[in-house]
Design a protein around this ligand. Structure first.
Ligand code: DAT
Ligand code: MG
Length: 202
């Protein structure tokens, strides 16, 4: 990369010092630098980096599906640079939900939470990337939309905690547990995105 930068700098110097470098020779400098072993980042292998393979579960809840927010929510994660490795739409059962929200079973709002979450289809996804769990929580925003910052999903699309549009796992361990609950192993795809090395230095 340094070699490539030097090459570009040298050509710019030549141009400004009155040396008549043509566009053709400027471009030939790029290809020479590339041929000399400066491969584009997209060619490198990232499989040895567990950091960038972190996964999280994101669910568009029934209110998000009803309000046609699925596309906008997916777009935010794509735009941020995360990779979609699992996606499906389903009507969630009370059994699955009680396992998903096992820590909330004793809360007074639990029965209404179950009613709401089973009231219509949800779209469930697994996103992968560097610090995806922590970053997704920031992107989703505060549990209570009244306290969620503008720019977050909840801060932009919701007003009340009982209809907060989206779920995102709150820790890497929680994500692993939730992903296993919602997805079978074969439903998650291990694929190479051509953007991978453009979004993370490896
Ligand atoms: P989060 O979804 O931000 O991880 P959580 O795990 O504490 O928040 O709660 C799960 C869901 O339960 C939350 O998204 C909405 C609902 N919920 C939480 N607190 C609530 C409350 N006080 N009243 C009604 N619903 C609530
Ligand atoms: Mg939670």
């Amino acid at each position: 990369m340094v070699m490539l930068q030097r090459c570009v700098f040298k050509r710019i110097q030549q141009l400004y010092s009155g040396n008549q470098a043509s566009t053709k020779s400027l471009l030939s400098g790029f290809s020479t630098a590339l041929l000399q072993g400066h491969r584009p980042a997209a060619c490198r292998n990232i499989s040895s980096l567990p950091d960038v393979k972190e996964k999280t579960l994101v669910v568009v809840k029934p209110d998000g599906v009803q309000r046609s927010l699925v596309g906008q929510i997916i777009q935010r994660f794509e735009q941020r640079g995360f990779k979609l490795v699992g996606l499906k739409m389903l009507q969630v059962s009370e059994d699955l939900l009680s396992q998903h929200y096992c820590q909330l079973r004793t809360k007074p709002f639990y029965p209404t939470l179950v009613h709401y979450m089973t009231s219509g289809p949800v779209v469930v996804m697994v996103w992968e990337g560097y610090k995806v769990v922590e970053t997704s929580r920031m992107m989703v925003g505060h549990t209570n939309p009244a306290e969620a910052q503008a720019g977050t999903v909840r801060g932009d699309f919701s007003i009340h905690v009982s209809r907060n549009v989206v779920h995102a796992s709150d820790s890497p361990e929680g994500a692993q547990r939730e992903i296993q609950l919602w997805f079978e192993g074969k439903e998650l795809l291990n694929w190479d995105s051509c953007y991978q090395t453009s979004t993370c230095e490896v």
